[in-house]
Write a protein that binds this ligand. Structure first.
Ligand code: SF4
Length: 390
């Protein structure tokens, strides 16, 4: 077995700022029990005025989302930030790869701040650049790299996006994955796609939207020599799926879908394409977070829904639509633990630091990485009939 350098840095410990892993929160963090936190956040935001623009991802806690100037998915938020060139500070209530994308898409004088640097993403962490470069070497040695086009999901680190930019590939979101795959297959004769880092989005798109046979979708395990694949499997593959997944969406199971169908009359199952293929096969509707929100908004009163996405969003939808029966597609409570790292104490600390003249937790992407990541993002923007949702 190949040994890899994957130090485990538990959340809140260690100092690997360049990675998606947990780091300390420097400075004085207010106590979560401080009764004045809401008032402090309001006062700090008011003091900063137009200088600050707060972005809130759909999976954020209510206590934070109430202060967001805009809410949305990761790509929409990065674009929203780019549309506010006058804002000196972009406070990103989301996770690390999203703040990197915002830094790439905003001006050089704008500062992107992540209130807690431990807010990473377990899926993005599953594809690290040295692993992907080793994989490319292995594909080259196998004689197939020339026909491979790398495609990465938005939920990946900036250096993985840059890898795709450098190697003729593209970024995709969960809304435009099919268009991105069509584009990628058109780039080379007999093209194969290396899809990073979410195997489920890659498989669900290839099989269910494009009709690619399941046996032509192979999984590349970076921890095994040659990805754990034979030369024949690689030759026959059209989709080489990175062995990564979302720890939240990967939890939903086909058994719970069956159980809910048996217990809730006329329930409709609505899931995100990061869910396992077996779950998506059993669902009524599949789509991005924006699609899920729009579907529930358009649903008739009295309809019943079981939703397979992050729990903060499902709870918020249930609260906003008391006329509809909305339930979570899992028996156990499961928030995205890294999204939940952004809490009111960290938010207050970040804003008050800005008021005091200190820029905390700035996320910066180095110019070379930014250049190539932007190349891959711009290829996505040029896709026909694109949508910007994940
Ligand atoms: S919900 Fe999944 S993909 Fe999104 S930030 Fe959390 S771990 Fe990453």
């Amino acid at each position: 077995m190949t040994t890899v350098d994957l130090p485990l840095l538990p959340l809140g410990r260690g100092t690997d700022i360049a990675s998606e892993r947990g780091v300390d929160c420097p400075g004085d963090l207010p106590a979560a029990s401080d009764p004045d936190l809401v008032a402090r956040a309001q006062a700090a935001k008011a003091a900063l005025g137009e200088r600050v623009f707060v972005l809130g991802h759909h999976y954020q806690r209510d206590e934070v989302i109430q202060f967001a100037d805009v809410t949305g998915d990761s790509f929409k938020l990065a674009r929203d930030a780019a549309a506010r060139p006058d804002a000196e500070f972009i406070v990103f209530c989301g996770v690390h790869f999203m703040a990197e994308s915002a830094d790439i898409l905003t001006g050089p004088d704008q500062k992107v701040i992540l209130p807690d640097l431990a807010a990473g993403c377990s899926m993005a962490d599953m594809a690290r650049i040295f692993q992907v470069e080793k994989t490319w070497d292995a594909l080259t040695a196998a004689g197939i790299a020339d026909s491979v086009v790398p495609v990465t999901y938005m939920n990946s680190s900036a250096d993985i996006k840059a890898f795709c930019g450098r190697n003729g590939g593209v970024v995709c979101t969960s809304s435009n994955a099919e268009t991105a795959l069509e584009w990628a297959f058109d780039q080379k004769p007999d093209a194969k796609i290396l899809f990073l880092p979410d195997q489920h989005l890659g498989r669900n798109t290839a099989v269910l939207k494009m009709g690619i046979p399941l046996d032509q979708c192979v999984v590349w395990n970076p921890l095994k020599p040659n990805g754990g694949l034979t030369a024949e499997e690689l030759q026959n593959a059209r989709m080489i799926l990175w062995k990564g997944h979302c720890s939240v969406h990967g939890r939903f199971s086909p058994e719970v879908v069956d159980e809910l169908r048996a217990t809730i009359p006329d329930v409709q199952i609505l899931v995100h394409p990061e869910c396992q293929h077996e779950v998506v096969l059993k669902a009524d509707l599949v789509g991005s977070t924006e699609f899920i929100i729009q579907t529930i908004e358009a649903a008739p009163a009295g309809s019943s829904w079981a939703i397979g996405t992050e729990l903060n969003l499902v709870q918020r939808l249930a609260k906003a639509h008391p006329d509809k029966h909305i339930t979570f597609l899992d028996k156990t409570v499961c928030y995205c633990s890294t999204m939940n790292r952004i809490d009111l104490p960290h938010f207050v600390w970040a804003l008050e630091s800005l008021v005091a003249g200190t820029v905390p937790n700035q996320i910066t992407v180095d110019p070379e990485t930014e250049r190539w990541a932007l190349t891959a993002l711009e290829r996505m923007l040029a896709l026909p009939g694109r949508t910007h949702k994940d």
